[in-house]
Design a protein around this ligand. Structure first.
Ligand code: UFG
Length: 335
């Protein structure tokens, strides 16, 4: 089947990570086409490539889009991604993330599109048995969000084993730790509604849009009692997606790869760094633990570097906060 060698269909390309991937794709000589139902994404975030407003579960419409654009590959970001909400409304998560991925896989197969870069998560590991976490760590998700991504990974592996020799799916599943930061040129950035993530909420306090940040749990078994996470800059994530795509196009095998900085920061450290970077005090309130939060999630893997040649260049947490802040100021100034 003929395809446009440079065209990459990006589901969820109007969202936080997907839009940064579109910019990176465009800057790397690809033509992104965004497929997004705009349920949590924004049309203003689609600045590189056309927007096709479509839900990935709508197989017929999706098929028309494949016919029209003849993509050579797909990056799949479209998903629901709130851990807490997934516990209360698992139906929404299985529907969007599992049925959505399955519909996409069927459409890719029907149109002979062989390469997929998938947005997965460290939430597929569940409670870590060992820290740091590498790709061989058991996957026992503890919430429907993590489970839905885990099932999607299994589906990709099964589709990849089947349907040959006419169709051979190859994929890279990228398991991110905590995405942070924003486009260094502040053209796009993080905007969730409602916002639940630590860094944008701390920035809301710095900007005076919120009067304090609650620290969820101060009695964890960590050096300062607060949860530790591995924050990874969204443009470093975007870069990994483009490298994974090139790797697949050059004949690379299926991969499951962690994307993190192999370095953890506590909630208190994030708040203190923000105070330093922005030069404003952040008012805190110590609060109860949030359900479902593991004490520590830190990646321990050099696989993405070995296989893709990926090296995060904005690993510094201060740079991540600075980039997020620049965007935050611009976005909320206009909204
Ligand atoms: N936190 C606070 N106060 C807040 C918000 C968050 O103390 O107001 C804490 C959380 O308890 C957690 C840390 O800050 O310890 C980071 O929380 P986020 O909500 O920013 O991120 P999560 O670690 O919960 O979630 C991220 C991704 C998910 C992914 C998950 C994997 O957003 O999509 O990592 O565990 F599934």
């Amino acid at each position: 089947m003929s395809s446009n060698a440079n065209t990459v269909l990006v589901t969820g390309g109007a969202g936080y990570i997907g839009s940064h991937a579109c910019k990176m794709l465009a800057n790397s000589g690809f033509t992104p086409v965004v497929v997004d139902n705009l349920s949590t994404g924004f049309d203003w975030a689609v600045q590189w490539g056309e927007l096709e407003e479509c839900d990935v579960r709508d197989g017929e419409k999706l098929s028309q889009i494949f016919k029209r654009h003849q993509p050579a590959a797909v990056m799949h970001f479209a998903a629901k991604s709130y851990v807490g909400e997934s516990v209360e409304k698992p139906d929404i998560y299985y529907n969007n993330n599992v049925i959505g991925t399955m519909t996409l896989l069927d459409t890719m197969r029907d149109h002979g599109v062989p390469h997929l870069v998938f947005s997965s998560t460290c939430a597929t590991y569940g409670i870590p048995e060992t820290i740091p976490i590498d790709e061989s760590h058991p996957q026992i998700p503890i919430n429907p969000y993590g489970m839905s991504k885990f099932i999607a990974e299994q589906m990709m592996a099964d589709y990849s084993r089947a349907y040959g020799p006419d169709y051979n799916l190859r994929f890279a599943s990228l398991r991110y730790f905590n995405a942070a930061g924003g486009d260094p040129e502040a053209e796009i950035g993080e905007a969730h509604d409602p916002e639940t993530h630590l860094i944008p909420l701390v920035l809301d306090v710095a900007a005076g849009r919120r009067d304090k940040i609650q620290i969820f749990g101060t009695d964890y078994e960590t050096p300062d009692g607060t949860c530790i996470r591995d924050y990874i800059h969204v443009t470093d994530l975007a870069e990994a997606h483009v490298l994974a795509l090139k790797y697949l196009q050059e004949g690379g095998e299926n991969q499951f790869l962690n994307l993190g900085n192999n370095q953890g920061f506590s909630v208190r450290e994030v708040i203190e760094t923000t105070e330093k970077v922005i030069g404003r005090p952040i008012k805190i309130e110590e609060a109860d633990r949030r359900a479902g939060d593991p004490a520590e999630l830190v990646s321990g893997s050099t696989l993405a570097e070995e296989i893709l040649g990926w090296r995060p260049v904005r690993a510094d947490i201060g740079i991540q906060i600075e980039d997020a802040w620049r965007w935050h100021m611009k976005f909320f100034h206009h909204n």
